[in-house]
Design a protein around this ligand. Structure first.
Ligand code: G6P
Ligand code: ZN
Length: 542
């Protein structure tokens, strides 16, 4: 039944920040998904007879690619595949399942926060046995293999039933269709004080959770409505749809506008949150109070000890370089190390495995801990709820107290989307070429203290990652960072990260746009964004 199918390499299968992401029409080409999956398998050693976890965010093509993966896993000698019922597994739940089942690894089918549907995006990401995204040495091997592949192995067999929980066989392999939610919900219950949160909700505390018609719907209904007793309807857009109801499942102020408007209304709930396509991102909005992801990381780190799972304190905090320094001040006060990594959750895995960090976060709406090896949207919401239940204060009061204690890192990210790739590359090249001449010069942002291209040496294995983003640091601690997105599927997106720190005795109540105006002008100045992109305004501000 095992067929060996001849194929030719595709030259565009290089995984980005988080796996291989392409338009559906590219993935749907004959042999395209098969080539990538075989390239992953060919880059791994010793999986014969082992377990593979497979699941995705339910987007268009999810089921078809799962069938391909099952038949290829069987043909390549895996012993068992665990697949979420209906092909569903949120990214953090997949990470948990890989760890809990002692699997060799997993394939997570998702393009995260990118839109879904026949004309939109699909993606495949390989996670290793620790439950986290494959590190660069693995993804580099995969890329190389995609360029030399000549054949793939697949079983000639009918499609498997993905909708009935239970065990079946495919060739010599066992296929277990498992409940995608239960084990994950139990893990959450082991980390947080569900009784305290339940009591708070029973006492009239109101919340809204927007699943954005993506994978978290069933998880959120089980956890918030069933286990924590929030009324039905607390979960908005709770049914996962292959095209996310034509929405862009990215929990930011632009795409989660329905939630944002609700949280700014006079009768807003006490707490609002949203997650993305595959359930690893989070957006937190208190009643009339938006919390930036960088601030959320800092608040969660400062208060984590209030939740049972973190009562022993934190071993360390890690953040990606473009994420604001708010968490650094918390780490300093707690007396624990702070690690600054390149963008991409994969860089946190080694720190978590080595027990060097407990909590990690990124400006791109990702926060998580050592409970899994992915960021985790529902986890972040539950930690917030646990903190709110213990402190008995509003989100706005907690933010005000945080800034009064640590000072405030005013922060925003400006995205210039869908610019021509050559223009974006030219902008970055010119910026990189100017780095040596910038220190000592003055512009509207102040005097530039240093300018560099971020490089990271992993403290656990000494691997080095270069060219991770241009940093312009000013003498007053303000900062502008430039990098190109690694997750897009069309053209290029320039991200400009702006940050200004104001001490506890400074003005902590400014509008973010006002606080950052001089830095926005400085960014234009050093990078000539309008000149290269032809855009006077960013397409998205988060
Ligand atoms: C994915 C990764 C994150 C990363 C983000 C950055 O969501 O999982 O870890 O922060 O991409 O995306 P970008 O588009 O800025 O490369
Ligand atoms: Zn995601």
């Amino acid at each position: 039944m095992i067929q060996t199918v001849s194929t030719q390499p595709f030259t565009d299968q290089k995984p980005g920040t988080s796996g291989l992401r392409k338009k559906v029409r590219i993935f749907a080409q004959p042999h395209y998904a098969e080539n990538f999956v075989q390239s992953v398998f060919d880059s791994l050693d010793g999986f014969a007879g082992q377990t593979l976890v497979v699941g995705g965010d339910g987007r268009y093509l999810n089921r078809e690619v799962i069938q391909i993966v099952l038949k290829m896993a069987a043909a390549n000698g895996f012993g068992r595949v665990l697949v979420g019922q209906g092909g569903i597994l949120s990214t953090p739940a997949a990470s948990h399942l890989i760890r809990a089942s002692g699997a060799f690894g997993g394939l997570v089918l998702s393009a995260s926060h990118n839109p879904g549907g026949p004309d939109e995006d699909f993606g495949i990401k390989y996670n290793i046995g620790n439950g986290g995204p494959a590190p660069e040495k693995v993804t580099d091997a995969i890329i190389e293999r995609t360029l030399s592949i000549e054949s793939y192995k697949i079983l000639d067999a009918p499609d498997m039933d993905l909708d009935t929980i239970g065990t079946a066989t495919l060739g010599g392999m066992t296929v277990d269709v498992v409940d995608p939610v239960a084990a994950y919900a139990d893990l959450m219950e082991s980390l947080f004080d569900f009784a305290a949160i339940r009591a708070k909700i029973a006492g009239g505390f109101t919340l809204a959770f927007d699943s954005m018609s993506a994978v978290t719907g069933p998880y959120a209904v089980e956890i918030f409505e069933k286990r924590l007793g929030a009324p039905q309807g607390t979960v908005m857009n709770g049914t996962p749809l292959p095209d996310f109801g034509h929405h862009h499942p990215d929990p930011n102020l632009v795409h989660a506008k329905q939630l944002y408007d609700r949280m700014m209304a006079p009768d807003a709930p006490d707490f609002g949150a949203a997650s993305d396509g595959d359930g690893d991102r989070n957006l937190i909005i208190g009643r009339h109070c938006y919390v930036t992801p960088s601030d959320s990381l800092a608040v969660l780190a400062a208060n984590a000890h209030l939740a049972p799972g973190y009562a022993a304190g934190l071993k360390g905090i890690a953040r990606s370089m473009p994420t604001s320094g708010a968490a650094d001040r918390v780490a300093e006060k707690l007396g624990v190390p702070l690690y600054e990594t390149p963008t991409g959750w994969k860089f946190f895995g080694n720190l978590l495995d080595a027990g060097m960090a407990t909590i990690c976060g990124e400006e791109s709406a990702g926060t998580g801990s050592d409970h899994v090896r992915e960021k985790d949207g529902i986890w972040a919401v539950l930690l917030w709820l646990n903190i709110l239940a213990v402190r008995g204060e509003s989100v706005a009061a907690i933010m005000a107290d945080h800034w009064a204690t640590y000072g405030r890192n005013y922060y925003a990210r400006h995205d210039y989307e869908a610019i021509a790739k050559d223009k974006a590359d030219a902008l970055m090249a010119a910026l990189r070429a100017s780095l040596d001449s910038l220190p000592g010069t003055t512009n509207s942002g102040g005097t530039i203290k240093s300018a560099d291209d971020f490089a990271y040496t992993d403290p656990t294995d000494q691997s080095v990652s270069r060219n991770q983003g241009v940093r312009i640091l000013f003498t007053d601690g303000s900062r502008v960072v430039f990098r190109l997105s690694g997750t897009g599927t069309e053209g290029a997106t320039l991200r400009v990260y702006l940050e200004r720190y104001v001490d506890t005795d400074g003005d902590l109540g400014m509008a973010t746009g006002d606080a950052l105006a001089p830095l926005i002008a400085a960014a234009q100045d050093v990078a000539d964004i309008a000149g290269y992109t032809g855009m006077d305004e960013p397409s998205v501000i988060t």
